[in-house]
Structure formats: C-alpha cells, structure tokens
Ligand binder design. Structure first.
Ligand code: ZN
Length: 153
C-alpha cells in the first residue's frame, strides 16, 4: 500500500541539522503514526513520503520553508515580568503564553520572549524508515489524527 492522503502511516525517524547533530529521533521509542494529508507533520516531509511503502527508507533535506518556516523577528517581544506566570523566569525556559515561547533574556522588569518554533529557520535532514501504511478509519479522518499505538487517545 502506498502512502497518500487518508492513510495512517507509521514511521521511525531521525532528524539532524546541517552539522549532523540529532535534533529529534524516534530511536528507542515507539514509532510515530500520523495521518497523511492532514498537516500532522511538516509539509516537506509529507511530500517526500508520498508514494512510499512499508520497508522503504527515505532521506529528505528540507529547506526552512518546507519545514517549520523562516524565523519571524516580529515573534520576538519584550513583556513585563508581572504579565508572565509566577515564579523565577530565566533565559532558556520555555513558556506557554498564547503559544509555546522561549525566554531569551531577562532585563530588569522585562523578559524577552521568542515565539518562533525552535526549528524555524533551520534546514532539516530527515532519515525515515516506513514501518506500516494502512487505511485511516472514518473516525480518524473526522478527527484529523490517528488513534491507537503511536497516535491520540
Ligand atoms: Zn481522535
């Protein structure tokens, strides 16, 4: 069965930056199962996997635009500490404000908050092993994600 829209696809993957550093990997964990064509994974990887089958090994080098997008400096803002969650705020902390955000600096009563995705602006080098491809259920298609092992619920 080939990967395409409305398929539930199970993959093992390793993601590296251009220096070869591992950014994310399913190694040592359960494989990831996603619903193809539903935007569950980054667009460039979805495109690279289309038409592949169980047992295929896929290498994909994605530009930032095909991955998590370019960095947008308008997502970097200075916020008064009193508007942030209680407790000590320090650079390197991740906060959930409206979205997930990184504290990059604290000066006086203000914190600098970066709302860009941590992988925005990065070239992504994926190595993927396709483990399984099956038809998604009606319920999965309605929900826009997969159920069962590696999925939701
Ligand atoms: Zn669901």
């Amino acid at each position: 069965m080939e990967i395409g829209d409305k398929k539930a696809v199970t993959i093992h993957y390793t993601l590296r930056d251009d220096e070869g550093k591992v950014l994310d990997s399913s190694e040592g964990r359960d494989p990831l199962t996603y619903l193809h064509g539903a935007g569950n994974i980054v667009p460039g990887l979805e495109a690279a996997l289309a038409g592949k089958k169980a047992g295929d090994a896929v290498r994909a080098k994605l530009t930032p635009a095909e991955g998590y997008g370019e960095r947008d400096e308008s997502n970097v803002r200075n916020l008064p500490l009193r508007r942030l969650p209680e407790g000590k705020i320090a650079p390197g902390m991740r906060l959930r404000i409206q979205t997930d955000a990184l504290v990059t600096a604290v000066r006086g009563d203000y914190a600098t908050i970066d709302g860009n995705h941590p992988l925005a602006g990065q070239t992504l080098n994926f190595e993927v092993d396709v483990v399984e491809v099956r038809d998604a259920t009606e319920e999965e298609l309605t929900h826009g994600h997969v159920h069962g092992p590696g999925g939701h619920h």
